[in-house]
Design a protein around this ligand. Structure first.
Ligand SMILES: Nc1ncnc2c1ncn2[C@@H]1O[C@H](COP(=O)(O)OP(=O)(O)OP(=O)(O)O)[C@@H](O)[C@H]1O
Length: 432
């Protein structure tokens, strides 16, 4: 359950006794349990950290300052991501009001200079000119830059029947690995469902079963009979793009009944400027490929969205755009995601893959957290364990030599024990 790489990296922090931790997208590809474990672990450490992450919930848990850099300007906000989000909106509003007020003052001063002109009023005119110069140079208020938020909508084709998908006594696995054992689930029109669970428990496989790309060994997976039109966003869809096609060709090919101008409009809204339309996919950056994969996905009308980790590789503005589009979508949504912020924004039902069954929580992610007492208990246990076994790391520069030696020995022992325990007991309890 606890990803080897996360534990091994933590092990490294211990051994190196750093004065500063630099973390670049540390939660990528980790499952929810491991992310929470990592958050707990990092929260215990008395070492300054600089974190780069698109995981907003992770930033909420750990950060006390957010530095935003955009268009070559960086601005620092106190607090975590949610506090930054509110403070930034307030700053933009205040700054805009101040900018507008100053613009008016500049116009009025220009008018005054023109009216006074030369002659008897030249003294007043020249002091107005000085004022204008000051306003336009020293005291100039910059208009806050706001990136144009792209807006997307998933095209819908009518309304599906009430029953969208039914899973009855599902049995499925690969070779000797059983993923589902008599699992059941009914999905109804308009539900927005998050499928959660640790890495490798079978979430993506479940989506493939729903899409008919895998066949159950026993039991049934059925799609509703009335107008259920799925649109499937596979994990790492961007990697499946044809590298030899151009940006425009990629979307054109997927769009059945779109006019060329509309396709270009959509690409424009997704920040593909006209000079990029003929660029080969092979030349695009990872983020650009992810956006293009979305455009391709976007043009297909549906009544059911099946999304596998749709926020992977998206930056925060693109995630916000996706959240808005899903909220507006009237059809049914099933998404696999490890992104708690995304899940919190969009779903009204959570299904956890647990002990090879599908555990239903008829509410949003907060409801799941409240109800999932086991998970909460595990978290408390984990906190106590970390507190007890892993004494806080003090920056090395603040320690005496004897303290450093003692700490090193103590940490090596504690960590080896904790690692053995997390690999053995917890995995065995939950997944074997
Ligand atoms: N075609 C396949 N043949 C054999 N094993 C497979 C195949 N596809 C998936 N598996 C295995 O089945 C398990 C479940 O895979 P799946 O991709 O459904 O997990 P997941 O819950 O979506 O994981 P993650 O959170 O890491 O994306 C994994 O152990 C995976 O290695």
């Amino acid at each position: 359950m606890y990803s080897g790489s996360a534990v091994d990296h933590c092990n490294m922090f211990y051994l190196q006794e750093p004065d500063l931790l630099l973390l670049d997208e540390p939660t990528n590809h980790l499952d929810l349990d491991t992310i929470e474990w990592l958050e707990d672990y990092l929260n215990q450490q008395d070492v300054p950290m600089v974190i780069i992450s698109h995981d907003r919930a992770f930033l909420d848990q750990l950060c006390t300052k957010i530095v935003e850099t955009d268009m070559g300007v960086s601005r620092t906000y106190d607090g975590n991501y949610s506090e930054y989000f509110i403070a930034r909106a307030a700053w933009i509003e205040t700054q805009n009001a101040a900018w507008e007020k100053q613009q008016k003052e500049i116009e009025q001063t220009k008018d005054l200079i023109q009216r006074l002109g030369a002659g008897a009023n030249s003294g007043r005119a020249s002091s107005a000119e000085k004022k204008l110069e000051k306003l336009q140079e020293e005291d100039l208020i910059e208009r806050p830059f706001q990136r144009k938020q792209m807006k997307i909508r998933f095209p819908e084709r009518g309304r599906s029947g009430r029953f969208v998908a039914t899973i009855k006594n599902l049995e499925f696995g690969f070779e000797d690995k059983v993923l589902f054992n008599r699992a059941n689930l009914t999905i109804e029109r308009g539900e927005k469902i998050a499928i959660i669970g640790p890495n490798g428990c079978g979430k993506s496989t479940l989506l493939k079963l729903i899409m008919g790309l895998q066949k159950p060994i026993a039991g049934e997976v059925e799609i509703g009979e009335h107008n259920v039109l799925p649109n499937y966003f596979e994990q790492n869809q961007a990697e499946a793009l044809d590298l030899n096609k151009t940006v425009l060709e990629t979307v054109e090919e997927a769009a059945e009944d779109w006019r060329l101008d509309d396709i270009k409009g959509l690409l424009g809204r997704c920040n593909f400027k006209s000079d990029m339309l003929d660029r080969k996919v092979s030349l695009l950056s990872g983020g650009e490929k992810a956006r293009l994969a979305f455009c391709k996905f976007m043009v297909k009308p549906s009544t059911l969205l099946v999304l596998d980790e749709p926020t992977n590789h998206l930056d925060i503005p693109s995630k916000e755009m996706l959240e808005e589009a899903i909220t507006e979508y009237k059809g049914t949504v099933i998404t696999v995601s490890h992104d708690r912020y995304f899940i919190k924004q969009i779903v009204n039902r959570v299904v956890e893959v647990k002990d090879r069954k599908l555990q239903n929580y008829a509410g949003d992610y907060n409801y799941y957290l409240e109800k999932n007492l086991d998970a909460r208990e595990r978290e408390l246990e984990r906190e106590a364990e970390i507190e007890e076994k892993a004494p806080k790391v003090k920056a090395k520069s603040k320690m005496s030599k004897a303290e450093k030696e003692a700490r090193k020995k103590q940490k090596m022992q504690a960590f080896q024990q904790a690692k053995a325990k997390s690999k053995g007991t917890k995995n065995a309890k939950r997944w074997n």
